[in-house]
Write a protein that binds this ligand. Structure first.
Ligand code: SF4
Length: 380
């Protein structure tokens, strides 16, 4: 607990450091709540360097809330494609539509109105409202919680509800009321650049003199690790059709109706994204046979039996606690089969449709198998 003088010094030193050393990021050059909101949503689960090009492309296409609200969802997902956690993009658009319907297209400045929007929790609301409108709300995310746990030498699982509330209370107590937007960004910046998970840079820290974790020599071990959920192995098999002109086919996000098919119901949550994907099935045992059977259901007639599966390299992907191995098969055909709802795309350019990173990885493996087959044929 800092006394009045210490608190004033703490705030002055942290803000001074932030204003001198902050990274120049595109969303820091604006007070437009839409742009700040977009950056906050993109930065959940995504690193700054990865988010920047997406942020710029997204704003070019959707420069404001009305454009985002009116866009086809496919277009929004396509521009999000590769960032992962697609629920963020869906919620973003739903919230934009609510903002148009209820707030005349202007992001609401009131706390309760912001919190009522899909995809906006207390952290995001505090970040947007403090930066865009100077609202006195302290942010608490993983970075800030780590800084606070170290400053106060707090032991235990910081995600545990009571402890999280205590951290929120300390964040509220530190907040500089004259510049809440800069203050919140300063706390986040400290967590992102100096007070990093491994090897915190205490020698460069502007508030090191107030840090109990550092004084006790335990800063690096805080916050204490949570128990990890055990990983679950998942095996998928995917079919990459390819015709003579380089076209392949993708299936749409499964509808409720086709999710009831066993094979789909198993793998849909793993593809997470409800996006376009290669025909895929799940199964720890003999996924290739399951894939053939699944294609048999999709493609009626004798064509299915004559399909030749060329295995491509396995693809590995992790989604939260699931370790996914996907076994792609390249299937060369004269003409693509007709599958209800499918779309034709060039294998070299599947991103004309919204697809997940997993689907991109499968496409890359199929292209590599194709190149290997071509060079083997040239040697013969
Ligand atoms: Fe983090 Fe070190 Fe600064 Fe403490 S002194 S807040 S551990 S960087």
């Amino acid at each position: 607990m800092l006394n009045g003088r210490e608190l004033a010094t703490f705030r002055k030193q942290l803000l001074g450091w932030f204003r001198q050393f902050r990274r120049d990021l595109p969303w820091r050059r604006t007070k437009d709540p839409y742009r700040i909101w977009l950056s906050e949503i993109m930065l959940q689960q995504t690193r700054v360097a990865a988010a920047v090009p997406y942020y710029e492309r997204f704003l070019e296409r959707f420069p404001g809330v009305p454009a985002l609200a009116a866009a086809p969802q496919q277009e929004v997902l396509r521009l999000w494609s590769g960032l992962g956690y697609y629920r963020r993009a869906r919620n973003l658009q739903k919230a934009a539509q609510q903002i148009v319907a209820k707030h005349g297209g202007q992001f609401p400045a009131r706390w309760d109105d912001a919190l009522a929007l899909p995809g906006i929790g207390t952290y995001t609301a505090a970040a947007i409202l403090s930066i865009a409108f100077g609202e006195k709300q302290a942010v608490l995310d993983g970075n800030v919680a780590r800084v606070l746990a170290r400053l106060g030498a707090i032991h235990g699982d910081i995600r545990e509800s009571r402890r999280w509330q205590e951290l929120q209370a300390s964040a509220d107590g530190l907040l500089e009321p004259k510049s809440p937007g800069d203050w919140n960004q300063a706390m986040m910046e400290l967590g992102a650049t100096l007070c990093i998970p491994k090897s915190p840079q205490c020698l460069l820290c502007p508030v090191a003199q107030f840090c109990e974790g550092r004084r006790l020599g335990i800063a690096e071990s805080l916050p204490e690790k949570r128990k990890k959920r055990a990983a679950v192995d998942v095996i998928l098999a995917a079919a990459v059709f390819l015709d003579e002109n380089g076209w392949t086919l993708l299936l749409p996000a499964p509808s409720k109706e086709n999710q009831s098919q066993e094979s789909l119901a198993e793998y849909v949550p793993l593809l997470v994204s409800n996006l376009w994907h290669f025909p895929t099935v799940a199964g720890l045992r003999n996924p290739a046979a399951k894939l053939r059977a699944y294609l048999g259901k999709l493609i009626r007639g004798s064509r299915n039996r004559s399909l030749r599966f060329v295995p491509a390299d396995e693809v590995h992907h992790t989604v939260t606690y699931r370790d996914i191995t996907i076994k792609p098969s390249l299937i060369r055909v004269k003409r693509l089969p007709r599958i209800k709802g499918s779309e034709r795309v060039q294998l070299n350019d599947i991103s004309v449709l919204p697809v997940s990173n997993l689907t991109h990885k499968v496409a890359r493996a199929a292209r590599a198998a194709l190149a290997a087959a071509a060079s083997a044929a040239a040697r013969r």
